[in-house]
Design a protein around this ligand. Structure first.
Ligand SMILES: [Zn+2]
Length: 336
């Protein structure tokens, strides 16, 4: 039973409306809407360079195809909507379009998932400037647009690489106009996370070969609760900021780690009471009409952008789960 005192504390903590509680009710009547959209970036696969497809020591076209099949299989089985964001440059070897890589994208559409544009070359707006960025967006739909047309769709969603969305309000406004003119909407992220660090570590261990089952299992085992804790954190942050839990948007990548854990991760988020929805459904929430006025160097969660605009105190941001040091060490990265 949720006492009035606890209800008061929760309301105070989260600034939210908590539905009335009845004496003897065994389950806490905290009525939270839990919806989340899954977005997977860097399609057809996270590769550092074109050579990665041919690298016999770690990834190879054959290995990538196998990982890709496992990911698609797990996504189908999980029965949750997903949108993937494409870097079209990864479809080419030199100037040559690789049909087998294009076919990987078709697998997504055949399975009923959506695809969006993530620029041709995974470029940062903050590095290349607005004009080159816009060119890279258009270059990034040369194959995507006809591919979607085959499935009676058009490109509708754009995701900024690194979530870097502009250093000035002028650039942001100009990019917004450009995207609208080309039929795109910006796909924000609310549940930002360090999944990529786990994935780096996982790939490095896989690449080493040999007897590494324990380390791989440890990474998989730690990754799931880490991601669930991130969802929890942004649920609380949303309630704290908006007074309710907005339909969240989770960022992940097309990598070996997710090929091996996708089903388990989705089940764990479902067990928290979440229902999986399309990006479009999440975006119907009025919170997403809020302006993104963040012009910092990096790419934080949209919840944090809105909180920064409201000048929330430091305490608002505290308690965010971090990638543990042993994972950073395995990934050989200094920080998230
Ligand atoms: Zn990306």
């Amino acid at each position: 039973m949720l006492t009035y005192r606890l209800r008061f504390v929760l309301v105070f903590m989260f600034g939210c409306c908590i539905s009335p509680c009845f004496a003897g009710d065994p389950s806490p009547p905290v009525d939270i809407d839990r919806r989340i959209a899954i977005t997977i970036d860097d399609l057809p696969w996270v590769v550092g360079s074109d050579q990665a497809w041919e690298d016999r020591n770690s990834l190879s076209a054959k290995n990538i195809k196998q990982h890709h099949r496992r990911l698609i299989g797990a996504m189908k089985k999980a029965k949750a909507p997903v949108i993937g964001f494409v870097n079209e440059g990864k479809l080419y070897s030199g100037d040559l379009l690789q049909k087998n890589r294009l076919a990987m994208l078709d697998d997504w559409l055949e399975a009923g998932f959506e695809l969006g544009n993530h620029t041709y070359g995974h470029v940062s707006l903050h590095d290349v400037g607005l004009q080159a960025y816009e060119e890279n967006i258009l270059k990034g739909e040369q194959q995507l647009r006809p591919l979607l047309a085959k499935h009676k769709q058009t490109p509708q969603w754009f995701r900024h690489p690194y979530l870097r969305a502009g250093r000035t309000l002028e650039d942001k406004a100009a990019l917004q106009t450009f995207l609208s003119e080309h039929g795109y909407r910006i796909a924000p992220v609310t549940v930002d996370n360090g999944e990529w660090v786990y994935a780096f570590a996982y790939r490095k261990i896989l690449a080493k070969g040999g007897d590494n089952k324990e380390t791989l299992a440890r990474l998989r085992h730690d990754y799931i609760p880490y991601m669930v804790a991130k969802v929890d954190f942004f649920e609380h942050a949303s309630i704290n900021l908006l007074g309710y839990n907005l339909p969240q948007i989770l960022l992940m990548h097309a990598n070996e780690l997710n090929a091996d854990t996708y089903g388990e991760l989705i089940a764990a988020i479902r067990a928290k009471g979440y229902r999986f929805v399309t990006l479009e459904e999440s975006m119907r929430d009025p919170a997403y009409k809020r302006a993104d006025t963040f012009t910092g160097r990096f790419g934080p969660s949209w919840i944090h952008r809105w909180a920064l605009a409201e000048k929330k105190p430091k305490a608002f941001y505290e308690g965010e789960p971090v990638v543990p040091q042993w994972v950073l060490d395995l990934a050989e990265v200094e920080s998230e």
